[in-house]
Ligand binder design. Structure first.
Ligand code: PEP
Ligand code: MN
Length: 338
């Protein structure tokens, strides 16, 4: 349910509504807009009539049902677009967020070198995996804490904030110490205990779409994080599994406008995992910007032929640099900047 306060309702009346909601089995989430304060009361429907009766209070304008199953993620509850801030980078604002770097952190020299290169080309966030979700248990699994330390050193060397994947609720404290954005990978999009755990944190979460999750299921996963109190969720479309085998996944660019119509959360696109082949990455990256993505996540490797993971879909720094130059006029055409 949404409790819409009258414009200019005093703080005490907002506090009063919060207190009354807390007396029920519902949880209040206060959303302060420029004109009006709205309190989303989220619960399982058992005490719906108690929430409806709040409409009789003096400073309450209306009490409405939230029609979408995802409530805090829905455009119904939040005015405008959410902008997630990471140091001085804003994700969801006019400037595009460009996250670039290798699939896996492989060594100190590798990650610092790539970080310098991508920064030079205009990336504003460094990506790199230290815990890798691999299909085979015999494939490289990531450097774990050593890799996190290398990422932190690359941040120190370049000033770029970092995004890295967290796979296990047991590793939340460890990854939290090092990273600026925590990535929940495609395979963990419905790992609800992990989602609840990162929902308790005060760091932004990059939530990838699963290989076979619908847009609404993906938004329900975002809801798990929001419901725990963490409002800094960035969605990432990274391709879904279809009958097509010419590409690793089918990059669903329609997810950008569709999800944007339903949610206020920012959305970035990962054309590297979306296509699986470096040859197609640039075309899809440009298309993603054109359809309104708030940013990109792109795998870049200095020696893709010997990369520990995902070399086939990684751009060399030179190609990434060319892509950034090609993106600039497209960004401008859709009212964005690099
Ligand atoms: C990654 O970003 O390296 C990764 C494993 O992504 P995804 O979860 O989208 O497969
Ligand atoms: Mn990868």
């Amino acid at each position: 349910m949404i409790v819409v306060m009258k414009p200019g309702a005093p703080e005490e009346s907002v506090e009063e509504v919060i207190r009354l909601i807390k007396e029920t089995s519902y949880q209040p989430h206060v959303l302060r807009g420029a004109l009006q304060t709205v309190i989303a009361a989220v619960g399982d429907g058992r005490e719906k009539s108690r929430i409806e009766s709040l409409e009789s209070l003096n400073y309450v304008e209306r009490v409405l049902p939230i029609l979408k199953p995802f409530k805090l993620a829905s455009r119904e509850t939040v005015e405008g677009d959410t902008i997630v801030k990471v140091n001085d980078v804003e994700i969801g604002g006019k400037r595009l967020a460009i996250m670039a770097g290798p699939c896996s952190v492989e060594g100190m020299e590798q990650i610092i070198g790539i970080a310098r290169d991508v920064k030079q080309s205009g990336a504003n966030i460094l990506r790199g995996g230290a815990f890798k979700p691999r299909t085979s248990p015999y494939s490289f699994q990531g450097l774990a804490e050593e890799g996190l330390k290398m990422l932190a050193a690359a941040r120190e060397a370049t000033g770029l904030p970092i995004v890295t994947e967290i796979m296990n609720p047991r590793e939340v404290d460890l990854v939290y110490q090092y990273t600026d954005i925590m990535q929940i990978g495609a395979r963990n999009v419905q790992n609800f205990s992990l989602l609840k755990e990162v929902g308790k944190l005060d760091k932004p979460i990059l939530l990838k779409r699963g290989l076979s999750t619908t847009i609404d299921e993906w938004l329900m996963s975002a809801e798990y994080i929001l419901a725990e109190g963490n409002r800094n969720v960035i969605l990432c479309e990274r391709g879904i599994r279809t009958f097509e085998t010419a590409t690793r996944n089918t990059l669903d660019l329609s997810a950008v406008p569709v999800a944007k119509a339903r949610t206020h959360l920012p959305i970035v696109v990962d054309p590297s995992h979306g296509t699986g082949y470096w040859q197609y990455v640039s075309a899809l990256a440009k298309a993603a910007v054109a359809v309104g993505a708030d940013g990109l996540m792109i795998e870049v490797h200095n020696k893709p032929e010997i990369a520990f993971s995902d070399g086939a879909q990684s751009l060399k720094p030179k190609k990434f640099d060319i892509l950034m130059k090609e993106i600039a006029p497209i960004a401008e055409a859709v009212g964005r900047t690099l």
